[in-house]
Write a protein that binds this ligand. Structure first.
Ligand code: SAM
Length: 336
């Protein structure tokens, strides 16, 4: 289902979106810093920037943020996720509005990009904040191994999976010389990452501030459904026609496939018999003189389970926790 509305997102959500109906919201609200300042980007020809960006007056920003975030909370399914991209100037209003909801904070991500806002007498601003929250009531979707398996290594030998899930993301803006773009178009790589980790094919992805429809386009390309709002008629008319020409699922073939050959049982449910077998293999490796790290690596290879899962099992923790984020720093240092 693809349904977009040329309307204010607060009124539009109330009219068109049922409560608990959206799996994932990715959105980039107007910045409340006077639209013309957004023109001052280093090395960009503004002739190709699509007119029609609608800004929110600074004095209305707090109230506006509160109202749309309240709607976002309502339409999210229990267990649904929301990512809000925000500059620093009005971050406080977004945080205050989030604090008034029951949404739970998962991460405060720093997105570092190129082509920052140009300044002369101070440092160039080249990062945004991404607030990742989830709605309580159900386990949230987080596809830990969607992009990198447990076994893959970076060029310097660290875990690729760990590296990809760090909360500082260095993703460049797309350089599109000679192409029409929205003032603050989010890059494909950034959107793909959020959509891969926090949704599954067939899920409903919503953007309250569609702009160039970048979220909706990537969602459609990744075989998700999409909905959302854009108040500017110019942007809406141009981009809603563009998204119609995009084929659903067309981006799936561009995704890298994690190398999971080594850990064939990664993500499968663990029963008691397998748990005991893993503990026996680990103890046997230790008896033969292996270090803890080596014994875990051998056991992990033998049983087709990732390093972390084996570590949790041998340390006597539950299967549930084997895939959780509650890893201690000591665990990390043993692995990195
Ligand atoms: C920062 S831009 C979004 C950019 C978008 N993420 C992209 O990649 O192109 C914010 C957008 O929100 C739109 N907007 C402003 N007020 C709005 C409202 N009340 N309801 C819906 N859209 C609105 C603006 O016209 C602008 O296109």
């Amino acid at each position: 289902m693809f349904q977009f509305y040329n309307e204010d997102c607060i009124v539009g959500a109330q009219k068109h979106l049922a409560s608990d109906s959206v799996d994932l919201i990715i959105t980039d609200p107007p910045y409340g810093i006077q639209g013309d300042k957004l023109d001052k980007h280093y090395n960009r020809n503004e002739n190709f920037v699509l007119d029609g960006y609608v800004e929110i007056p600074e004095e209305e920003y707090a109230d506006f943020s509160h109202k749309w975030i309240q709607e976002a909370e309502r339409v999210l399914k229990p267990g649904g996720s929301i990512y809000i991209v925000s500059g620093y100037s009005n971050l406080i209003h977004i945080l205050n509005a989030l604090n008034k909801t029951k949404l739970e904070e998962r991460n405060h991500i720093i997105w570092k990009y190129n082509f920052g806002v140009y300044t002369r007498k101070k440092y160039v601003s080249s990062h945004y904040h991404i607030l990742f929250y989830t709605k309580p009531g159900k386990k949230h979707t987080f596809n830990t191994y969607a992009r990198f398996s447990d076994s893959e290594k970076t060029e310097i030998g660290g875990s690729s999976n760990y590296h990809d899930r760090e909360d500082v993301w260095i993703i460049n803006r797309e350089y599109k010389p000679g192409q029409v773009k929205n003032k603050n178009e989010l890059p494909t790589k950034l959107l793909t990452k959020m959509i891969q980790y926090s949704s599954n094919e067939g899920d409903m992805v919503c953007d309250f501030f569609l702009g160039s429809f970048s979220t909706a386009k990537i969602a459609k390309g990744l075989n998700r459904n999409a909905t959302g709002f854009e108040i500017s008629k110019t942007a809406f008319d141009y981009q809603s026609a563009a998204i119609d020409n995009l084929e659903k699922g067309s981006l799936l073939s561009t995704l890298r496939v994690p190398d999971e050959n080594k850990f064939v049982n990664c993500g499968k449910k663990l029963d008691d018999a397998e748990r005991q077998a893993i503990i026996r293999s680990y103890q046997s490796a230790l008896t033969k003189g292996a270090t803890k790290k080596k014994a875990i690596e051998e056991t992990s290879e033998k049983h087709g389970r990732g390093y972390w899962s084996v570590l949790k099992i041998v340390d006597g923790q539950k299967d549930e926790e084997a895939n959780s984020e509650n890893t201690t720093e000591d665990d990390l240092f043993q692995y990195l």
